[in-house]
Design a protein around this ligand. Sequence first.
Ligand code: SF4
Length: 266
Amino acid sequence: MSEKVRHILSLSGGKDSSALAVFMKGKVPEMEYVFCDTGDELQETYEYLDKLEFFLGKKITRINADRPFKHYLALYNGVLPDARTRWCTRMLKIKPYEKFIGNDRVISYVGIRADEPYRTGYIATSERVRAVYPFVENNIRKDDVFKILEDSGVGVPSYYQWRSRSGCFFCFFQQRIEWVGLLERHPDLFKRAMAYEKSDPLTGERFTWVEGESLAELARPERIAEIKAQYAKRVASQKKSQANLGLKDVFVEEDTGGAPCMMCQL
Ligand code: SF4
């Protein structure tokens, strides 16, 4: 008897993996849909997943980390994750996912698009996991992704009105304008993110989400006005160089220290 192969599509709550789920609907009957839930995602993401689940007519399995973010933060001596260390992805997403697939043979469906060959997606450490890229194979690009979501009626996640990516509410890949968005839309979450920031009174070392600036500093009215003005300037200058520029295009301007983790934000 040949060995059973599992087909798994891991959703991040972002547009590309969601569009892939829509695109793949009915093509692989045994497809398993999963979402690695850190427990600190935005409410909008959870609502979006419910909508997607309804459209797919199939359960999206929530894979939870064994311990919450707080636990690992204490383990890492209060050092917040950043683009270089990224222990959060490893402990809260990748490890639970690897536990979920165990030693099974898996075909993993990855939502990398044809117009972004530089992205690699989740790199499995096991040779028993084979990644496939249906969007690349079918020449599906960014605009097609939006069309797939629009045509299906699922649409894009509502957080796209103020934030460009899925992931934890405190994600360090957020740009300053998105932190302002968090403050304005979810002041309670902003406060919670603020509470994770610390400084060492002896050394003066600061652990902040945004490099060189604490959230308390970022939340000052004059600083918010400055961030908004800089953002408006960026949008204006991009609009000049590109016709039909949308919100989705202008968010990717500020350097937040590297490529976002694919497991969280594809
Ligand atoms: S979304 Fe951001 S903070 Fe959350 S696990 Fe991924 S990289 Fe870490």
